[in-house]
Design a binder for this molecule. Structure first.
Ligand code: CDT
Length: 318
C-alpha cells in the first residue's frame, strides 16, 4: 500500500466470537462482548465490529417448534434493555459499535423477524440499521442433514436495501454474511462512495446441500471479501462467530481487507479474539479516482440484465 499526504486513520477492532451455546444466557454472552469492547478500547480502536447474530447461538441450524424458545432468540430493540451494558461500556470508553442480532419488529401492527445489524457511533448515537437481504438455506428442513440452515424459515428478507452512512470520519456500510457473496450488494454500497464495509458472519464449514464445496469454504470467503473491497475501493471487515458451536464447525478467519484487496490483519484462533488494524480511509481515494472511477468508466447501459433477471435465462438474441 502507498501512503497518502492527508491520512484519515481509523483504528478498527474486529471482535471475533467463539461458539455460543444454545442455552448460554444473554448475561454470559454480554460479559464476553463487554470484555471485547473494553479490550478494543484499550487497544486504541475507534470502532469495534461484532459478528452476525452475536447475542445467541446460530439458531437457524435447528427446527424450533416451541414459539417461546424461538422468540427468545430475538430482540425488540438494540440498543435496548437487554444489551444496555454493552452500549454503556462503549459510550463510556468512546468507541463505536457494530453488532448483528435477531430483530423482532412491529410494523403496521404486525410482527416481523429480521437478521439485522446496527451501527452506533462513539457517543452512543445510532448511525444506521441494516436488515439482511440475502437469506441462504431452506424454509423447510432438509431430510438427513446433521444441521439445518433455515434462515428462510426464521427471517424475512430485509426491506431496506443496502445503505451507507457518513460515520467515524468516512462512509460506512453494512452487509451480513451471505450478502458478501453477491457482487450486486457490494456495488450498491460502492455507488454510495462507501469506504468501510462491515460484515458479520456465521459460515458453516460443511454444507449438506453441496458437500463438494466444503474444502473451499475459507478460500471462497477470502475471495469474495478481497474482491468486494478491491472492486469497490473500500476497506472491509469480516468478523466471524467461529469454532465448533453445538457440534457444528463454523469458519473463523476474521479479516480486515484494504482497498488494494490485501488482507492486512486476520485472526489466529477460533475463539473470542480481537483483530486490530489501522485503516487509512484516504487510501480508498487512490482507487476511486483511478481504476474504479465509476463515473468515468462504468457503463450502466450494458448492465440491464442485472436488474431485469433474477435467475439465469437463455443467451440474449441479436
Ligand atoms: N449466515 C450465513 O449467511 N451463512 C451462509 C451459509 C451458506 S450455506 C447454506 C454463508 O454464506 O456463509
Amino acid at each position: 500500500m502507498s501512503s497518502t499526504a492527508r491520512a484519515r486513520p481509523l483504528r478498527v477492532a474486529a471482535a471475533q466470537l467463539g461458539p455460543i451455546g444454545r442455552h448460554e444466557s444473554r448475561a454470559a454472552v454480554l460479559r464476553r462482548l463487554v470484555a471485547l469492547v473494553e479490550a478494543a478500547a484499550a487497544g486504541g480502536a475507534a470502532l469495534v465490529v461484532l459478528p452476525e447474530l452475536a447475542l445467541t447461538s446460530f439458531f437457524p441450524r435447528w427446527v424450533i417448534d416451541d414459539p417461546a424458545e424461538f422468540e427468545g432468540f430475538f430482540e425488540d430493540a438494540v440498543p435496548g434493555p437487554g444489551t444496555q451494558p454493552l452500549f454503556d461500556a462503549a459510550r463510556r470508553l468512546g468507541i463505536g459499535v457494530h453488532i448483528g442480532y435477531a430483530e423482532r419488529a412491529v410494523i403496521d401492527g404486525a410482527v416481523h423477524h429480521f437478521n439485522s445489524s446496527v451501527l452506533v457511533d462513539r457517543s452512543g448515537e445510532v448511525i444506521g440499521r441494516y436488515r439482511k437481504v440475502h437469506l441462504p438455506g431452506d424454509r423447510e428442513p432438509r431430510a438427513g442433514a446433521a444441521f439445518q440452515h433455515l434462515e428462510k424459515r426464521c427471517f424475512e428478507t430485509g426491506d431496506g436495501g443496502f445503505r451507507a452512512w457518513p460515520a467515524l470520519g468516512g462512509i460506512v456500510g453494512m452487509l451480513i454474511c451471505n450478502d458478501r457473496r453477491w457482487p450486486e450488494a457490494w456495488r450498491v454500497l460502492g455507488l454510495q462512495g462507501v469506504e468501510l464495509v462491515l460484515v458479520g458472519y456465521n459460515t458453516p464449514l460443511h454444507n449438506p446441500e453441496a458437500p463438494g464445496h466444503d474444502a473451499h469454504v475459507k478460500a471462497q470467503h477470502r475471495l469474495v471479501m478481497q474482491a468486494g473491497a478491491y472492486q469497490n475501493a473500500t476497506w472491509a471487515v469480516a468478523v466471524a462467530k467461529g469454532g465448533t458451536e453445538e457440534g457444528q464447525a463454523l469458519l473463523a478467519d476474521t479479516l480486515i481487507v484494504a482497498p488494494s484487496g490485501e488482507i492486512v490483519a486476520e485472526s489466529r484462533t477460533e475463539g473470542d479474539e480481537l483483530v486490530l488494524a489501522d485503516c487509512d480511509l484516504e487510501l480508498t481515494g487512490t482507487y476511486k479516482s483511478t481504476i474504479f472511477d465509476f463515473a468515468a468508466h462504468r457503463e450502466p447501459r450494458a448492465y440491464g440484465l442485472i436488474v431485469e433477471r433474477r435467475g439465469a435465462g437463455p443467451p440474449l438474441q441479436d
